[in-house]
Design a protein around this ligand. Structure first.
Ligand code: MG
Length: 269
């Protein structure tokens, strides 16, 4: 579950959590609704994306003792981030972190992830025992993730997140999803993050295909056309659909097993 992201503002959706307190409280509600992973972005007092490890730390601290959620820190680069500032976030106790393995055009900017930066972030995660979620915006990024594994910078079984439907990157179609899945190792786990209205449709495809789902306001602000969503509404809906389709929803402990997160990663709590 990705409650905040870097782009949306409260003026777009009043349910968007932006302060550490709002993010933590929202995360607890989403955990109750069925979420098992919290993908964390933070904002400054002006709602701008922030790189400050102290803000990430505040979110984790506020969940301590109250939550079983797997903490996944974003190492994304929108907040004018540098390699050092993206790496510094990994000092925050967490079990997972996102790792985009290549560059891509966002609608109005370049999301730049040069090979050396990707290797450096991967190496930092590995040395800290943090499992990367390989963020796949484009098919070429799968090969880049496999190269990291081959270079010893990431370990099997890998975990992938297919980001689909972002303008300028791979489209959100079932054909693309089937192809993406065909390219990853058999023992990998995978999630789909559909952008905008693709969130629901691609999430349902993922459930039917044996994958997992990311929902949240980072990727989609609406429940349906013209109706704004809260994070917990999005989690509740996809959890209900999953159960209806015969797939139980993993609680955080089960998700840790599915993702092969080793004991000892849970330094956050
Ligand atoms: Mg993100």
């Amino acid at each position: 579950m990705a409650p905040t992201g870097s782009v949306p503002r409260k003026k777009h959706n009043e349910y968007l959590p932006v302060t550490p307190t709002e993010i933590a409280e929202c995360a607890l509600r989403c955990e109750d609704a069925g979420a098992s992973i919290l993908h964390v972005h933070v904002r400054d007092e002006l709602e701008n994306p922030s790189d400050d490890p102290a803000l990430f730390m505040e979110v984790v601290e506020k969940l301590k003792g109250k939550s079983e959620l797997i903490i996944q820190i974003s190492t994304g680069g929108r907040a004018n981030a540098t390699l050092d500032s993206r790496k510094a976030r990994l000092e925050v106790p967490c079990e997972m972190a996102s790792l985009t393995t290549g560059s891509v055009n966002f609608p109005n900017s370049v999301y730049s992830n040069p090979p050396d930066l990707v290797r450096s972030l991967a190496g930092e995660m590995k040395s800290r025992g943090i499992k990367p979620e390989m963020e796949i915006f484009d098919v070429s990024m799968i090969g880049a993730a496999l190269s990291l594994r081959d270079e010893g910078l990431a370990d099997d079984p890998l975990h992938f997140d297919f980001v689909m439907g972002l303008k300028g990157a791979q489209p959100a179609t079932i054909e693309h999803l089937v192809y993406l899945r065909s390219l990853i190792p058999q023992d990998s786990t995978w999630t789909v993050a559909g952008i905008g209205r693709a969130q629901l449709v691609m999430g349902v495809h993922a459930i039917l295909m044996g994958g997992h789902v990311r929902v949240g306001l980072e990727d989609n602000l609406y429940l349906r056309k013209g109706v704004l969503a809260s994070n917990e509404m999005l989690v509740e809906r996809i959890a209900r659909i999953s159960r209806e389709l015969g797939r139980d929803v993993a609680r955080p402990a089960e998700a840790r097993e599915i993702l092969h997160l080793s004991v000892g990663h849970r330094i956050g709590y």
